[in-house]
Design a protein around this ligand. Structure first.
Ligand SMILES: [Zn+2]
Length: 334
C-alpha cells in the first residue's frame, strides 16, 4: 500500500511554503542543526507551531533563499508524485526584500519550475494576527498581482495563529469581487461565532474544519449550515494530531466526511514542520479507515474539482488520473 500511495498521482490543496521546508532545504539555506531540530519538533499545541515559523522566516528572509526554498518545495512535492499543487504563502517584507519582491520571487520560482510532472498555482494569504488595515493593504497588493498573473495567482487564504485576530468579511468580499477564489482556515479552534460568520460568507474551501461536526465540538447550528453550504474541507491529519486538535489518527474528523460522503481533500499543511508527505497522509487514511485503492484514487480525482485550476486544466488532470487508474487499479468486485 505504501508504494501505491506514493505512485498515486496526488492533488495538494493545502501546503504553506514556510512550513513545507525539508531538513535538507533548511540546511541548504544555511540553517544550523539545532534550528532544524526545533523546526521539526512540536508536540504541544498550535501556539508552538507558530513559534517555529520564525525559523523558516529567518531562513527565507532574502530573495535568493526564498527562491531556493520555493524551488525545493515544488521539487519535493513533484518527487512525491503530486501532479497539482496549490502552494500558499503570506507575503511579507524583510530588510532586504519588499512585499512586492517577496511575491515576485515566489512567482519566478514557480514559473521557472521545469518539471512537467507538476502544475503549480499560488494562493496568497492574509495573516489574521495583523491589524485590519495591514491585511487590507496586503489584499490590494494581492489583487494587483492577480490581475497581472491571473493563471497563476488563484486565491486568497486567511491563515496564521487562530487564537489571534479575526475574520474580516468585507476583505474577503472584496477579494471575491476581484476574481480571487477563497480558501479559509476555519474551526481550527472552537470559535462558534467566527465559524458561523465564515460559513455564511460561503468560501470555496475550508482549511481543517476541525470543530464543525457535532461529534468533534461543533454545534448543531454550525453543522446544519455546513451541510447546506457543502464546502470542501482540506483535511490535514498529521498536522491535527501533532497539534493536538485531533486526539489520534483513528479519531480524526475526516472519517465523518468519508462516512457521509461530504467533499474533502487530503493535505499536508506543513510537510517540513510535521515531517510528513502527501503519500504518508494517504497511507494514514488507509491504515485508519481502510479506504480502498479506488477510494484513495477517488479522493484525488474529486480534489481536482475542488481545486482552483481552470476548466481546461481540470480536464487535463482528470484525463491523466483516468489513464493512471486504468493501468493501476483493478476494478473492485462487488
Ligand atoms: Zn494551514
Amino acid at each position: 500500500m505504501e508504494s501505491f500511495c506514493r505512485k498515486l498521482p496526488k492533488i495538494e490543496l493545502h501546503a504553506h511554503l514556510n512550513g513545507s521546508l525539508s531538513s535538507s532545504t533548511l540546511k541548504k539555506l544555511g540553517c544550523i542543526e539545532e534550528s532544524i531540530d526545533k523546526y521539526q519538533t512540536i508536540n504541544t499545541d498550535l501556539k508552538e507551531v507558530f513559534s517555529v515559523f520564525k525559523i523558516a522566516h529567518e531562513a527565507t528572509n532574502n530573495m535568493e533563499n526564498l527562491y531556493e526554498a520555493t524551488r525545493s518545495v515544488i521539487e519535493e512535492f513533484a518527487e512525491d508524485n503530486v501532479v497539482y499543487l496549490e502552494l500558499r504563502t503570506t507575503p511579507r517584507s524583510e530588510e532586504t526584500m519588499s512585499l512586492d519582491q517577496y511575491i515576485d520571487t515566489v512567482i519566478k520560482a514557480i514559473q521557472e519550475n521545469e518539471s512537467s510532472k507538476i502544475m503549480v498555482k499560488l494562493i496568497l494569504s492574509l495573516d489574521r494576527s495583523k491589524a485590519k488595515e495591514e491585511q487590507a493593504r496586503t489584499l490590494d497588493v494581492i489583487i494587483k498581482y492577480k490581475n497581472q498573473y491571473p493563471n497563476l495567482i488563484k486565491g486568497v487564504d486567511l491563515s496564521g495563529d487562530p487564537a489571534k485576530g479575526k475574520f474580516f468579511n468585507d476583505l474577503f468580499v472584496k477579494a471575491r469581487e476581484n476574481g480571487l477564489r477563497t480558501a479559509i482556515h476555519c474551526a481550527e479552534l472552537k470559535n462558534d461565532d467566527e465559524v458561523l460568520e465564515i460559513l455564511k460568507f460561503n468560501p470555496d474551501r475550508l482549511g481543517h474544519g476541525t470543530f464543525l461536526h457535532p461529534n468533534y465540538g461543533g454545534s448543531a447550528e454550525i453543522w446544519k449550515l455546513y451541510l447546506a453550504q457543502n464546502i470542501p474541507v482540506e483535511c490535514c491529519m498529521t498536522s491535527n494530531v501533532i497539534c493536538l486538535s485531533a486526539t489520534s489518527y483513528d479519531k480524526h474528523h475526516v472519517q465523518e466526511w468519508i462516512k457521509e460522503q461530504l467533499p474533502f481533500s487530503i493535505a499536508t499543511d506543513d510537510k517540513g514542520v510535521f515531517k510528513t508527505t502527501l503519500s504518508n497522509e494517504f497511507q494514514l487514511l488507509y491504515d485508519n479507515f481502510k479506504c480502498s485503492q479506488l477510494k484513495l484514487w477517488e479522493i484525488c480525482n474529486n480534489s481536482i474539482e475542488y481545486s482552483f485550476a481552470s476548466n481546461e486544466e481540470k480536464a487535463f488532470l482528470k484525463l491523466a488520473l483516468d489513464q493512471w487508474k486504468t493501468k493501476n487499479i483493478k476494478p473492485e468486485i462487488k
